[in-house]
Design a protein around this ligand. Structure first.
Ligand code: AMP
Ligand code: MG
Length: 481
């Protein structure tokens, strides 16, 4: 990999240099050719394995941990920082640069009481979800590889340590700005320095002046709104939407106890450590705005309250418009070319409410729009509902809204491209991880391949297109990853 070191060279004082502790007896558990193609196509050689395990230095790489803060579960944590992630620099690729980070590479000055490690279970989950979200067209960090080891790591039980090699357009979080603002009160230069760097690197069409800052923050608000609309549309719960896990470029970032919904449950909580449901599925849109308000506070050295508030006002309309666009594609409401409309929210809401009442699977039910003839009396979609009368009532409303469908085959094909058949259900990740830990990588490779083609229909992946078994339904993960 060919690195440049812009963050390292331009933002000294925003990180600390680290020596990776290394990983004993490393082995490749997963590798993404697609992610590799982003950073100049490195091959998974024995040498690269030792380098990405942190056992041998890599040409052109620096090793550093960034400092940031963040609001965690509503309270401010002044000093967080990369406690278990070491950044190597920005690897050059044909379409831009990607930060390369080794997540789980050992302690850093920001590890506090942590061991700086990640367990295999969570490293594999991060790998799979990054690549799965990408193939669902959701902005996200990517994952190049998972490196397993025999290193014992204590969580609730004894597990094995691993590294996810993460690729990110940027590792700058909302929390970076909060750190500049709160840790250096009175020193507005630091916020400006970080904002200028962010704009130059990631928003190069903007200028570093008052109007540029205003436009930049507006774009951050909009990107965040679109991201969360996308999560809501595909039924993805992040689980830990602390401001230190919010990317400044609007990518899905820092995966822990995330989940895709199985049975539709509006208030689903995927995080064992969140009994109050601050980050429940239904709360994500509101939390996105709350987090942006934290960021806005940190940007007060650059922008007036009026400017910040006016940018924040874009949040809700952007989120709703994007959600309507995506749900319109999923349910066929966009066929007239006008997209879904504001008053479609009620129709969509009535549908998800039926899913909740009748305990139906979110993704698999929507997938049946790909087989639906909206004007036929019977359908595979209708057959999923126990309360057929309720479904027929809803269908009558839906038909009225839909109007005539010119080409049913084309309409159904478009629904197939909008509703995935294979999603990363927690129990699938768990099964693949158990096999990998027992030395069989085939199930992990197969699941990964399926997630790269989420809209296809393939006999090889048929088992993934089912509802989970009872033991795997609504699995809740803990934060201890
Ligand atoms: P997270 O909830 O994973 O986003 O982590 C929040 C903070 O805790 C970040 O600063 C992490 O770097 C840090 N952290 C999480 N797990 C560990 C660990 N095992 N060792 C050291 N730091 C950790
Ligand atoms: Mg984090």
């Amino acid at each position: 990999m060919d690195f440049k070191q812009d963050f390292f060279e331009q933002l000294s004082g925003f990180y600390q240099v680290v020596t990776p502790a290394g990983l004993p007896q490393p082995q490749w558990l997963a590798w993404s050719d697609e992610a590799a193609a982003l950073v100049g196509n490195p091959q998974p050689s024995a040498q690269l394995l030792q380098q990405l395990a942190g056992n041998r230095p890599m040409d052109g790489a620096r090793y550093y941990a960034q400092v940031y803060s963040g609001h965690q579960f509503g309270g401010y944590s002044p000093q967080l920082g990369d406690g278990r992630s070491i950044i190597l620099g920005e690897a050059k690729g044909a379409q831009g640069c990607w930060d390369v980070a080794l997540k789980g590479a050992g302690p850093t000055p920001f590890s506090r009481h942590g061991d700086g490690r990640a367990v295999t279970r969570s490293a594999i989950r991060e790998f799979l979800v990054s690549e799965a979200l990408h193939h669902l067209q959701v902005p996200t960090t990517r994952a190049l590889a998972v490196i397993g080891s025999e290193l014992p790591v204590w969580r609730e039980t004894l597990e094995k340590g691993a590294i996810t090699v993460r690729l990110a357009r940027s590792h700058i979080r909302f929390g970076h700005f909060e750190h500049c603002y709160y840790a250096h009160v009175g020193n507005t230069e630091r916020v400006r320095q970080l904002a200028d760097f962010t704009i130059c690197q990631h928003f190069p069409h903007l200028s570093c002046d008052a109007s540029g800052y205003r436009q930049w923050f507006t774009e951050v608000v909009q990107a965040t709104a679109r991201l969360i609309a996308h999560w809501q549309a595909i039924g993805f719960a992040h689980g830990v939407m602390n401001t230190d896990n919010m990317s400044i470029v609007g990518d899905s970032f820092d995966f822990g106890p995330f989940a895709f919904l199985d049975t539709y449950e509006e208030d689903f909580i995927c995080n064992h450590s969140d009994p109050q449901g601050r980050y429940a599925f239904s709360q994500q849109p509101g939390i996105g705005l709350w987090n942006l308000q934290c960021l806005a506070q940190a940007l007060t050295p650059l922008l007036s309250s009026d400017e910040l508030l006016s940018a924040l006002q874009c949040y809700q309309p952007t989120l709703v418009a994007h959600y309507l666009h995506l749900m319109g594609q999923k349910m066929g409401l966009a066929q007239t070319g006008q997209g879904a409309r504001e008053d479609d929210l009620a129709l969509i809401g009535a549908f998800t409410q039926m899913l909740q009442q009748q305990k139906l699977d979110y993704s698999l039910t929507l997938r049946q729009f790909a087989t639906l003839d909206p004007f036929a009396k019977h359908s595979a979609l209708r057959d999923l509902f126990v309360d057929r009368a309720a479904f027929d009532d809803w269908l009558a409303r839906y038909r009225q809204r839909l109007g005539p469908v010119a080409d049913l085959g084309q309409w159904q094909a478009a629904r197939q491209q909008a509703n995935p058949r294979y999603i990363l259900r927690n129990y699938l990740a768990q099964q693949a991880t158990e096999a990998a830990l027992a030395g069989d990588l085939a199930p992990l490779q197969r699941l990964y391949r399926a997630l790269c083609h989420p809209y296809d229909m393939s006999p090889e992946f048929e088992e993934y297109a089912r509802r989970p078994p009872q033991w795997g339904e609504g699995l809740i993960m803990s934060c201890s990853s």
